[in-house]
Design a protein around this ligand. Structure first.
Ligand SMILES: [Zn+2]
Length: 538
């Protein structure tokens, strides 16, 4: 029995360059069989009125860390725009304490003392003030530093007499008492006392996260740092699917984890499977915020601070050979100009083992040289930038690069002009923003090139909203290879999103506020926003 639906009366943006706009679609067994004007729509099937709303294809987040996002949504967001002071963090902790049991931990993430009104790192005394009977762990935005309360220090056995562990530091006051701030390996003293989640529990949180992602229009995604231990991520995502996760997902293991795990099986690599393995991931440098991106020009204020190369030519080539042998993508993290040149030069003219998607992806691509742009375009390498980094982490870009150089980073319009295959993505939760996975915040950042606090991040690299949507849908499909999605056209899956406002014509400074009314996958409604009857229409 075929299942035919007619979607009428929409303002559809299709991401299909041959037919960018439409009003109506016919969908049969989950696939679009016809798209065009409402009055020309075939008459067969159940009719669903789109009520004149703006419709876009389902969003595909080409660079995401879903398990970390699933963890972080259960934690307190200690970041803008929710939190602007230690007092705000204390209020979140106080409220959380009222709704949890005595055997639970309270976790928060994302604080950055530079963005807190007090201008300092929260310590044990701040937290004890509002919660002293259950352990509290707040993770700094960089993930290398935590602030904990006295209860957590006590559970970890950390006292005045505890020595700093190798590769770590316990911050202390003038009397030698721990302040509750633990750096690098000293964090583990507390973290190893926390309850460990099983693969089944994680799968369950991913299934819950799936609804949150659908509420932001995300119907396709990637796992950019899959691990083989202590449990296997592919197995976890298969379980998550069984538990109700709806998104189509391509997984990449880091090369080290791949070596532990062994070969990918044919079934695991089946790109037509909702859950499949699509790549091998490598890191060729660090980050701009940590001054570890491998750059051509020294970081601001120092003469010879060029970041670090985190791998060798030999190792990167080996990872490339493994990806080629497996028939999957090599996915290379490269932020600084030198790191990007390193990857692009190494695979120039050799990135040809896949035909249905780029063989080599360059993640972040913050500061590509002219050489890299030329060769990446020639050799078919894809670039995956994150416009939200400039929007949310502007302080760190200004501090490490200065304003003029910041304006040249993530030059998305230049990528397009150079003919480089490009996808927008969030890299959530690796961003200091309380709702990092929200694609509309990334779109706003790419369209306006204005940071959250008003700094101009490079007007010549602005793209228009249609392009931003295309890079998050069609572009992301082309980069990830997830088949049959990313555009609303005949033969494609009916994955689409109904928005509360017309994202194409609204004030671009408000794009981040757009809300999803309804999300469809394969023609079925998988998310509908609950609107309260009492809500005020403004
Ligand atoms: Zn990432």
């Amino acid at each position: 029995m075929s299942n035919i639906k007619r979607f009428t009366n929409g303002k559809i943006y299709t991401s299909n360059p041959d037919q960018p706009y439409a009003e109506a679609m016919a969908v049969e067994n989950g696939r679009i069989t016809w798209i065009g004007k409402t009055d020309e729509l075939p008459n067969e099937g159940e009719t669903i009125d789109l009520n004149g709303k703006r419709v876009i294809p389902g969003i595909i987040d080409a660079h995401l860390h879903p398990l970390y996002v699933a963890d972080s949504v259960k934690q307190l967001p200690c970041t803008l725009p929710v939190v602007a002071s230690i007092e705000d963090i204390k209020k979140l902790i106080r409220d959380k304490r009222e709704v949890i049991g005595e055997d639970e931990w309270i976790e928060g993430w994302g604080y950055d003392e530079g963005k807190l009104a007090e201008g300092r790192t929260p310590n044990r005394f701040d937290i004890d003030d509002v919660c002293s009977d259950v352990p509290v762990v707040l993770t700094r935005t960089c993930v290398h530093i935590i602030s904990v309360n006295s209860k957590a220090l006590q559970l970890a056995g950390i006292t005045k007499d505890t020595p700093d562990p190798a590769g770590g530091k316990i911050d202390r006051d003038e009397n030698g008492e721990p302040t509750g701030v633990l750096r690098e390996s000293a964090r583990l003293l507390v973290l190893k006392k926390m309850p460990v989640k099983s693969v089944g529990e994680n799968a369950h949180s991913l299934a819950e996260l799936s609804d949150t992602l659908l509420s932001k229009g995300i119907t396709g995604m990637t796992e950019m740092m899959a691990l083989a231990e202590p449990f296997d991520y592919y197995e976890m995502y298969v379980q998550a699917k069984a538990a109700g996760m709806k998104q189509r997902i391509a997984i990449a293991y880091t090369f080290d984890e791949y070596k532990k795990r062994g070969n990918y099986s044919v079934a695991e690599k089946d790109i037509h499977s909702q859950v499949h393995i699509g790549g091998v991931k490598m890191f060729s440098d660090g980050s701009v915020s940590g001054r570890t991106a491998w750059v051509h020009e020294s970081f601001l204020g120092e003469e010879d601070s060029f970041g670090i190369a985190t791998t060798t030519e030999e190792e990167l080539l080996k990872a490339g050979e493994a990806a080629k042998a497996e028939g999957v993508q090599l996915i290379a993290h490269a932020m600084g100009g030198k790191a990007i040149d390193f990857v692009v030069d190494l695979f120039n003219g050799k990135a040809d083992w896949l035909t249905d998607r780029p063989s080599v992806r360059v993640e972040h691509a913050a500061m590509p040289s002219g050489n890299a742009l030329l060769k990446a375009a020639e050799s078919g390498l894809a670039f995956v930038p994150q416009s939200i980094f400039l929007f949310a982490e502007i302080e760190s870009y200004l501090k490490n690069l200065g304003h003029e150089r910041t304006k040249t980073t993530y030059p998305i319009q230049t990528f397009i002009d150079a003919g480089i295959l490009t996808a927008l993505s969030s890299d959530a939760p690796a961003t200091a923003w309380s709702d990092p996975v929200n694609p509309f915040v990334s779109m706003q950042a790419a369209v306006t090139r204005i940071a959250y606090e008003g700094t101009d991040t490079g007007q010549s690299e602005r793209i228009d909203i249609e392009t931003a949507i295309s890079l998050y849908t069609k572009g992301a499909q082309e980069v990830t290879g997830i088949p049959g999605v990313g555009q609303l056209k005949e033969g494609y899956a009916a994955d689409f999103v109904v928005l509360n406002e017309d994202i194409l014509s609204m004030d671009s400074n408000r794009i981040g506020e757009v809300m999803v009314e309804e999300t469809y996958m394969a023609g079925e409604s998988v998310y509908r926003r609950e609107t309260k009857e009492t809500s005020v229409v403004g």
